[in-house]
Design a protein. Sequence first.
Lengths: 215, 129
Amino acid sequence: MEENTLQDKVEKIKQDTAELDGQIETEKLLSDNSSEFDLEGVVYRVNKPSFEQKQTVNKERMKKLVSLLKDQEQLLEKDLIALYESRGISIAELDTSLDALRKRREDFAEKLGKGLVEKRDEKDLEIYKKEIEKVIVEQDALLMQKSALLDSSIESQINVFVYTYLAYLTLEKRVEEDWVKAFDTYENFLKSDETLVNKATWVTTFVNRTEVPVA
Amino acid sequence: MFNYDTLSSYVKKLAKTNYWQTLYASSKEAPSYKLFKNDTNFTCLQIQFINELGYYSSLYMDIAMGEVSEIVVNNEIYEDAYYYYKLLNRKREIQNKKTPQQQAPTKHQSKGQESVVGKSEWVFTKVKG
């Protein structure tokens, strides 16, 4: 019993620390329109893309799209869906289930919202909250399933390419007092440290999302 | 590194803190109070944060006005449900305020059938001479 309590306390401290770290990281991302980070003694930053960089990314996106379309082995989302259908996997059914879950969630949310306005007992509100939590778990599982199934589509590949390319374009490193472009070519960026590529792409995807059109 | 949902959750948690709410309220009154290092050219995440600051500011106002109990800020599911219910009610209010004419869908006129609905009362004619 004693051991369990201690284990629980350790877990709680771990969770609180992760939560605090997450909030500090988020506050850092919010503080400016360029995000700095250290990696093996080098200071990098990812900037908000300029108009010119957005144009460049768009041009590269189209080039990549054309090259993928020319490749007969690559499939568009609609073709991939049809292929799955022929193998007995229905994306339409997944969508129907997702739609039903969305409606169920909205229904419970309306009841919960009404209960909150009517200042009902928290025990009653908890019932709706637990139902919504259940729906969220189901939604997440289905969304992950759908995303994994369509991961190899041309659209999905373009999506990943756009943010990785944007990360390459906007990534700079500090050399003494100056900021210089971190990599001269996209290929060299991809060949560099995986942690750096992931971190730069992560910042680009979350901080600068919706800056450029994807697939 | 965490996923987008976790990041959005952190953004919400920060936006509802007393510190950021005070800074947000002050920044609206005095420009010397700045939310970020940059004054313009905001990132998508910064815009999302400003939206959340506005949302929580309005939520705290609702709590102060007694429109909802303060337990609403206990968790994100309560907050989302309250926001959804409020939005739904507003939509219904707008719908109810509309006249029957506004509510009825505009029917497309078939060829040769003259449409009176939506036709301008102004007639422009080319002045000759």
